[in-house]
Design a protein around this ligand. Structure first.
Ligand code: OAD
Length: 250
């Protein structure tokens, strides 16, 4: 594996993760999850229109996803990113497309959940803040908002046809701008097919600090990266982090 150059004190690191980083924890990736989605079309369970049509079905689907996370724990790749954050503090930012909550469970704190969070719920109608929620609604009517009492609750997930949180995108942009040429970018376990996440490497590349991809196969946007390591996240990410930090200590 190609090791990164030593990390200097003025450098910062932006890491983008996708489903592949959780695969070895036992969470199916989107590409591998055909079984998971087979019974439903994406539009039925993961779009605002689907929710309007059959909110109980949508809750059943996400309740099954929540239940599927029982006993699932972070792996060595999640943990290595915690180690990196602990060493870098505010010079580190983690952007994840995963809704599984495993980065938080591992101990990551500077995390942007680009596509939402499975264990967070919000009202579909009022502006009450989203809240942590592990409840299951496998049958019966969908839950109602305890704040307004009228609206239906929905999973805090970015569905097809919905826009990403502007504040989150602005935060990423600001982090990159501040990094300038001192920004290192790593993408892990993502197919590079879903935008705007797949375009982050292009933005990072303009800064010139170096771009790395760790993935089980060549991602669709592989050519945009300076370095590609074809490997499993649980072995390659800890090595990448040790390289950065080890050399810093030397
Ligand atoms: P995908 O399922 O599309 O891609 C997962 C990638 O991880 C693939 O390229 C695999 O080769 C790779 N992979 C699998 N196991 C791995 C391992 N152990 N180590 C390293 N790499 C591994 O998942 P994402 O790219 O995350 O969006 O999908 C992006 C978005 O597409 C999702 O967030 C979701 C979906 O539409 C929304 O829900 C909005």
């Amino acid at each position: 594996m190609e090791q990164p150059l030593p990390l200097r004190d003025d450098e910062r690191v932006l890491v983008l993760t996708g489903a592949g980083i959780s695969a070895e924890s036992g969470v199916p990736t989107f590409r591998d999850a055909q079984g998971l989605w087979r019974e439903h079309r994406f539009e039925e369970v993961a779009s605002p229109e689907g929710f309007l049509r059959d909110p109980a079905l949508v809750w059943q689907f996400y309740s099954e996803r929540r239940r599927g996370m029982e006993g699932v724990v972070p792996n060595a790749a999640h943990r290595a990113l915690v180690e990196l954050e602990e060493a870098l503090g505010d010079r580190f930012l983690l952007v994840t497309q995963n809704v599984d909550g495993l980065h938080h469970a591992a101990g990551s704190r500077r995390v942007i959940h680009l596509h939402g969070e499975l264990f967070v719920t919000r009202c579909a109608s009022c502006h009450a803040p989203p809240f942590s929620d592990r409840s299951l609604h496998l049958e019966g009517p969908p839950p109602r908002c305890p704040s307004c009492g009228v609206g239906l609750l929905r999973p805090h997930i970015v569905w097809f046809g919905e826009v990403l949180d502007e504040e989150a995108l602005a935060h990423i942009d600001a982090f990159m701008q501040e990094g300038g040429a001192n920004l290192r970018f790593l993408a892990v376990g993502t197919s590079g097919a879903v935008y705007p996440a797949a375009a982050l490497v292009q933005l990072a590349r303009r800064h010139g600090g170096g771009t790395w991809l760790i993935n089980a196969e060549a991602a669709d946007n592989r050519d945009a990266f300076d370095h590609f390591t074809q490997a499993r996240a649980s072995s390659a990410v800890p090595r990448w982090v040790t390289g950065l930090l080890g050399r810093q200590k030397a």
